[in-house]
Design a protein around this ligand. Structure first.
Ligand code: BTN
Length: 271
């Protein structure tokens, strides 16, 4: 891994700002990583502490959900956070939704501080969309140890508009960026600070009262009551989104009855 960087990133500022709010943070900033999720999982295996955060200016093999690539040119924020969470508390499958909620709230907060409003939607399980397209994606990868869950929570956010070549290569969703959606000052440091602060609060709730996570996630998703198509098996399934169960699975009412789908499956919304 290359620990040099060409793009300025004030990691000391992030660490100092969060000093009293989080357990000791270890922020590593590199100019290039194949994938911050992959590199941080390797560090976790050699005992990196919880709340190690790896930020990279670009990724050469950024990974998305469902084995998709994640385009990661300079100008975006790509980072992964190492979490060590208790095994026997709340369902680990609710953590990706918790991360998405913290990210949405962190971005709302930055816009509000500058007197603007940002319109966001959480698309189950954890895409962050605006009405013009996809702003950010989250990939949580987990491993179970004897004492706890290791979670590498990876976040990729388009801060500046993606160039035309990259736009064409992103097939899943039309991409958009924070600057296109809300014309204020977006710095990687401010986004990381706001997100990590919210993440700590929301993970504490995940541990003690996970129902709050489901309720607040649902409020931002705008998904409930919408007709959706599930991409599962050969035949798509259609139904109406009804809610999130205790494990973070999506409950859907179909003509044959209610079903629950897990995060490995994809959905599309039909307005
Ligand atoms: C998705 O929407 O499919 C999830 C995208 C997750 C991308 C982030 S960028 C930082 C971290 N490292 C990776 O390789 N992927 C995640």
């Amino acid at each position: 891994m290359d620990f040099q960087s060409t793009t300025t990133f004030e990691k000391d500022h992030v660490e100092e700002t969060l000093h009293n709010l989080l357990p000791p943070l270890g922020i590593l900033h590199v100019s290039e990583s194949t994938s911050t999720n992959r590199d941080l999982m390797t560090m976790a295996e050699t005992d990196a502490p919880a709340w190690t955060v790896l930020v990279s200016d670009r990724q050469t093999e950024g990974r998305g959900r469902r084995s998709r690539p994640w385009a990661s040119p300079e100008g975006g924020l790509y980072f992964s956070t190492l979490l060590k969470l208790p095994r026997d508390k709340s369902p680990i499958t609710l953590v990706p939704l918790t991360v998405g909620l913290a990210l949405a709230e962190g971005l709302y907060e930055i816009a509000a501080e500058q007197g603007e409003e940002l319109s966001l939607q959480l698309k189950w399980p954890n895409d962050l969309l605006s009405s013009n397209g996809k702003l950010a994606g989250i990939l949580c990868e987990t491993a179970l140890t004897d004492s706890h869950w290791l979670v590498v929570a990876g976040v990729g956010i388009n801060i500046r508009p993606l160039g035309p070549d990259i736009r064409k290569s992103v097939q899943a969703n039309t991409p958009t960026s924070l600057m296109e959606e809300c014309d204020i000052e977006w710095t990687r440091e401010a986004v990381l600070i706001a997100f990590l602060r919210r993440l700590k609060e929301r993970l504490d709730q995940w541990e003690t009262d996970p129902a709050i996570i489901r309720t607040d996630w649902t409020a931002i998703s705008g998904l409930m009551g919408k007709r959706i198509r599930v991409r599962a098996g050969k035949e798509p399934i259609f139904g109406i989104a009804e809610g999130i169960n205790d494990n973070g699975a999506l409950k859907i009412r179909t003509e044959e009855g209610s079903i629950e789908i897990n995060a490995a499956e994809g959905i599309e919304v039909h307005e």
